[in-house]
Write a protein that binds this ligand. Structure first.
Ligand code: SF4
Ligand code: SF4
Length: 129
């Protein structure tokens, strides 16, 4: 599964770009998260196959496309392994290991920020790309 962040500027925010890309490429793109405002929007999508073709069509449509690989970072020094972030993660990306320390499966993270807000130690940070 390959996740991408698609960012819409005010010039294109009202255009049905996602629908057009799905229709034109025939690739069923899964939306994992969406932040939509009146003058901008960003969505996190999973592109199951034909990534290059889909990304090219997105770019031609005027949106910014970034592959998401390192979404979230845990500060090992600050984390006290309290587990408060685990139940808030909508994708199950955060889990306890056998020795009861916290691990993050970065491939499952959709950059929602829930763990960042929840952490009492400010140990989680969203990574910029
Ligand atoms: S930002 Fe945190 S809570 Fe949200 S998906 Fe990523 S790891 Fe889970
Ligand atoms: S909420 Fe913060 S301190 Fe607690 S386990 Fe998660 S990252 Fe570590």
């Amino acid at each position: 599964m390959s996740k991408y962040l698609i960012e819409y500027s005010s010039d294109v925010v009202e255009s049905p770009i996602l629908s057009k890309v799905v229709v034109e490429t025939g690739v069923l793109i899964n939306v994992l998260r969406a932040d939509i405002e009146y003058d901008k929007a960003s969505i996190v999508v999973d592109i199951p196959h034909d990534e290059d073709r889909v990304i090219e069509r997105f770019k031609e449509s005027g949106v910014r496309v970034r592959k998401l690989e390192e979404n979230i970072k845990k500060d090992i020094e600050n984390c006290i392994d309290c587990g408060a972030c685990i139940s808030l993660c909508p994708t199950g990306a955060i889990y306890f290991t056998e020795d009861w320390s916290i691990e993050v499966d970065k491939g499952e993270c959709i950059r929602c920020g829930a763990c960042v807000l929840a952490c009492p130690m400010k140990a989680m940070t969203i990574q910029e790309h």
